[in-house]
Design a protein around this ligand. Structure first.
Ligand SMILES: NC(=O)c1ccc[n+]([C@@H]2O[C@H](COP(=O)([O-])OP(=O)(O)OC[C@H]3O[C@@H](n4cnc5c(N)ncnc54)[C@H](OP(=O)(O)O)[C@@H]3O)[C@@H](O)[C@H]2O)c1
Length: 287
């Protein structure tokens, strides 16, 4: 496979990781890198170790690939804006959003696709090394998608495809699995910090616990993986936990997740009647 010239409009966290990963694998050449200020474009090029920092793309994009690493909300406007002022014609255009359809890029007049890397890029520098074996979910027109699939799979990605109609539900799933896990960890930390546990141990203790549960979910269903007082139907234990959650300012979230956990437990046990006390506690108002 010849190494395509990949140009980038919107080179933030996700785009930097993707470009540096594919470039280090010697699978692409990095062309123009364009953010809204030259300083920002230069910063991106310094991270990539290749490319030309610009604030307006020019005819150099002719025949190359154009990757849009813009926030989702900027994609439509960007596509229209670029179509008005981009002098060159890329061979294909793709974005990195999990929720926007590739068709948002049609105004650019080139074949369109999207590749969503299923990974949180909070720290681009360390994320690059983790990219091989990362799931990448593609969507778009057949021809550009098959070229992107070949490129990403050659770099080691695990590949899946989705339809435009499925993208909002797919993206909601990844938000629930990733962002909400972080929000849960934050709630757990604030509770643990009120417990008197050594603050230095809290992060590791909770991460170990979450990691073990996630590991079990690789092979077990959520019903099988669930343990704890709600799963056991232990209303006395729950009655002791709720005031602690209320006192830490988590009354609403703790009860809402408790209700979700209770329906999971009921699916597991196939019993509904015996849980009336638990259900009452979880719909109660905090004192
Ligand atoms: N971050 C992740 O973990 C992750 C993971 C998978 C997929 N994605 C997807 O990747 C895409 C980009 O997300 P990101 O987290 O990489 O965003 P980001 O870090 O905020 O980067 C966005 C980049 O676009 C530039 N930009 C140019 N025009 C812009 C405009 N009108 N508004 C805002 N920024 C503009 C920004 O640079 P200047 O502000 O300097 O112009 C910045 O470099 C999204 O579609 C997202 O869903 C992200």
């Amino acid at each position: 496979m010849s190494r395509p010239h990949v140009h980038c409009y919107g080179c933030g966290r996700a785009a930097r990781v993707i470009l540096r990963w594919l470039h280090q694998a010697d699978l692409i050449q990095i062309g123009q890198v364009c953010n809204r200020s030259l300083e920002s474009s230069r910063d991106a090029v310094a991270f990539l170790g290749a490319g030309q920092a610009v604030v307006a793309m020019d005819a150099a994009v002719n025949g190359g690939w154009l990757m849009l690493g813009l926030p989702d909300g900027a994609l439509n406007a960007a596509a229209l804006g670029l179509s008005c002022r981009m002098p060159g014609q890329p061979e294909l255009v793709f974005h990195l959003s999990g929720s926007m359809p590739a068709s948002a890029l049609e105004p650019l007049g080139a074949p369109v696709a999207a590749v969503h890397p299923v990974r949180a890029f909070s720290d681009p520098a360390t994320a690059v090394a983790a990219m091989p074996a990362t799931w990448c979910v593609g969507e778009g027109e057949t021809e550009p998608l098959s070229r992107l699939k070949a490129l990403f799979c050659e770099a080691g990605a695990r590949w899946a495809e989705i339809t435009p109609a499925g993208k909002p539900a797919y993206h909601a799933a990844t938000v629930a699995a990733s962002n909400y896990l972080v929000a849960l960890n934050d709630m757990a930390r604030s509770l643990a910090q009120r417990s008197g546990l050594d603050g230095n141990d809290v992060a590791e203790l909770l991460a170990d616990l979450q990691q073990a549960v996630i590991q079990s979910l690789r092979t077990a269903s959520p019903e099988q993986a669930l343990t704890g007082p709600i799963e056991r139907g232990d209303e006395h234990a729950l009655a002791r936990l709720l005031p602690a959650a209320d006192g830490a300012g988590h009354a609403e979230l703790f009860r809402a997740l408790g209700r979700a956990t209770l329906s999971l437990a009921q699916r597991k046990r196939g019993e509904l009647d015996s849980d009336a006390a638990l259900a009452r506690a979880l719909t109660s108002r905090p004192d």
